[in-house]
Design a protein around this ligand. Sequence first.
Ligand code: AMP
Ligand code: GLY
Length: 436
Amino acid sequence: MLIVGNGGREHALAWKIAQSPRVSSLFCAPGNAGVEQVARCVTIAVDDVAALKAFVIEKGIDLTVVGPEGPLALGIVDEFRRAKLRIFGPTRGAALIESSKIFSKDLMARHRIPTASGRSFDTLKPALEYLERQPLPIVVKADGLAQGKGVVVATTREDASRAVSDMLEKLAFGQAGRRVVIEEFLDGEELTVMAFTDGNTVVPMAAAQDHKRVGDGDTGPNTGGMGAYAPAPIATPSLLATITRDILHPVVEALARLGSPFHGVLYAGLMIVRGRPYVLEFNARFGDPETQVVLPLLKTDLVDIMEAVVEHRLDQLEVTWHERAAVCVVLTSAGYPGSYATGLPIGGLPEGFESGDVMIFHAGTKRQGRNVVTAGGRVLGVTGIGPHLEVARERAYNAARKISFQGCHLRSDIANRALASVIGQPSVSGNGGRRG
Ligand code: AMP
Ligand code: GLY
C-alpha cells in the first residue's frame, strides 16, 4: 500500500494500516521522521501525480490512500482510475465539495442541507454593498483551497471589507480567492463528523472536536488545528442520527446524482446551534488532527474498510469502535500559523512513537543524522487514550510535556470544554455507527 502525505494525519493512517495483517509492505510519499518507523518513505511530493503513478506501477502497489486535499483537487483519483489503479479517495468532481465553497453552498441550498445563509461574489462593488446591509459579526470565505487560512470572522465592517478586497482585488489567496462567500455568523459549539462512504452507504466515525485557534480559550488566529478529542460528548446518538440523515446522506446522494459519486472520507465541519447542526464546511478527506484521535478508537481493520469503500460493498462490513476516549495535543513551532524557523532539534522523544496508551504522531519532523528536527508549523501531535476523556487528556499532557524544542508551543486547554460538562462520567458513546 502507499499513503500520500506527510502530516500527523498520515502518521496515524500509517500506524493503523500497518496493524493490518493483510498489508505486507507499506510506503509513504513523502512521509516524515515518525512515519519512517512504520512505513518506507519515498521522496515524492504529494502533488506530483505523474511520479506517484509511476511509483505505484513500478512497485505493484495494490491500494493508494490519499491524505491531503491538494492531490484530490488535482484529480489524482481520476488519473489513477484511468490507469486501473486502486485508490482510496474521491474524484476531482466529488472533491469539489471541499475545493469550492461556492459549489458546496449551492449544493446545500438545492438540497436544503442546513448551513449558514450567505451569498457568493466575484466582483468587489456588489460584495461591499451586500456587506453594508449585514449584521455583525460576519464571515468572509475564499472559494478555493487556502490551507485553512481563507476564512475571516469579522467583527467590524472595516475588517470584513478589507477581507473581501484582499481576496477579490489583491488576490491574497491567488485564484482561490477570485470568488468569495459572505455568510452569516453562527454562534455555537463546533463538531467534526467524518464518515466512510462508498457513494451509497454512509458509516459515521466517532465524533470529534478540533481546536482551531492558536491560543488558550480560543484566542488568536486560526490554525490547521491545535488539538482534538473524541468522542465529543455533545454528539449524542440522536444528534449523530440527525447529522447522518439530514447532512451526510443528502450530500452523498446529491453528488451521485450529479455523476460524481463520493468515495472515501466525507468530513462535515459543523456548528451546533441550540441543539441543531449547521454545516460550516465539507472536506473530502480525513481531518488533521481529528484522525489522530478517531483512528485510535477504531476497532475494525482500516484496510478492510478502505477496500470495502473502493469495491462499493461498505454495506456488508461491520465497523466497530473501542469504548474509550482519545485526546491529541499538538506541539507547534514558535510563530505558527505565521512564519517560523525549522531545523530545531527535538529533545525528549522516546525511542518508539507508541507506548501503551500514548502515541506521538509526527507532523512536521525530519531526521537529520541522529537527531529528529522540526520541519513544519505543526511539529507533533501527542495522543493519549484512556477509559474516558479525563484520563486520556492527562496521558496526552504528561507525554507532551516531556518533549521540547526551542519555542515549542501547545494549548493547555484541549478537551476542557468537554470535561467541564462530563467530569467523572464514563466515556460517551457518541457514535452513530455501530459500536462493539
Ligand atoms: P471553515 O474552514 O469553513 O471550517 O472555517 C474555519 C473556522 O472559521 C471554523 O472552524 C469556524 O471556527 C469559523 N467559521 C467558519 N464559518 C463560520 C460561520 N458561518 N459562523 C461562525 N464561525 C465560522
Ligand atoms: N482539522 C481541520 C481540517 O482537517 O481541515
